[in-house]
Design a protein around this ligand. Sequence first.
Ligand code: ZN
Length: 368
Amino acid sequence: MASSTLTEAALRDLAAQSFAVPVLSVYLDTDPTRGSADEHHARLRAMLKQVPLTADAEAVQQYFEQKHDWHGRGVAVFSAQEADFFRVYVLQVGVRDQWWVSKFPYVRPLVSLFDAYGYYGVVLVDKTQARFFLFHLGVLEEQEGFVGEEVRKIKAGGGSSAPGRRVGAPGLDNYLEGVIERNLRGAAQAAMRFFARHKVRRILVGGSEENVALFRRFLPKRWQSLIVGTFPMDMRAGHVEVWRKAMAVGLEAERRREARLIEQIRTQAARGGRAVVGLDETLGAVHEGRAQVVVAEEGYREPGYRCPTCGFMTTQPLEACPFCNSPLEPVADAVELVVHQALDQGSDVELVPRPLDEIAHIGALLRY
Ligand SMILES: [Zn+2]
């Protein structure tokens, strides 16, 4: 089975999978700067020895022995042989070694990667042209360019050397400004088409301060709000350099955005507004389909119960489901359940790599 690109649709589809049989989820760090393929393989074998699902451990082992080419920095594999389910995602961003057995593919590490590295749109802009990049999970997925009118040649144009014409006459300045404006407006329109087509979640703009400010002016408010950072960058920069700079600025912006979101949830919940904090409240809101964004501490885990009939979730050991009276079944990690259900409903999920005591480890911003 070949690996495929982990798009948002693929992630939501993975989160929506649930089986009557257990699923094995394996994440392996294969970063070549942290060890050879043999070393990574040895760690995988040691990990798989602990897995209680023999057929799935064998299927994963077989994939690495026969099909994996050891490119990439991380691998996620999901196997439920009894349900004829096997998926592999080779990643260009790092993951930590881990394995899980549950009724669902364990997706939390992938959600974290989406938070940090998913769907970055980058523009490099100057007075005549622009370049657009789509970076997703560490890979340059798409690249396009826009070329406007030449700004310089107008200066040397026949008309401007006419006798008696003053250098820097207002007419010439206006003309040049008009060309630059048309170019930047054209670049902004082309950028919007590129970013809409590729569903970018955030935008970074590189160039001189002046050009970046002009470019930004030609974007509608909706698109301006997706700009998370700007940085100086030469138009001819290579895509690796662009990616490095965009990530440095982008990750910092992501941390700031998370901090604002957490503060919003905390204050809204405190005054009884459109937010909840704590696991039980969040389980309830997600079950009712009211969660717009779920925010959780990356490593937060808590056992709980789930209704197999209607999907109701709780941490309380109730006799029966309060909605449909079915007997509840225990789940090892109710937080992972929340993540699945939220993704399945089309809600956003943010996993934050620090303790979130201020919202009791987990919370949600509500739609209503
Ligand atoms: Zn129920």
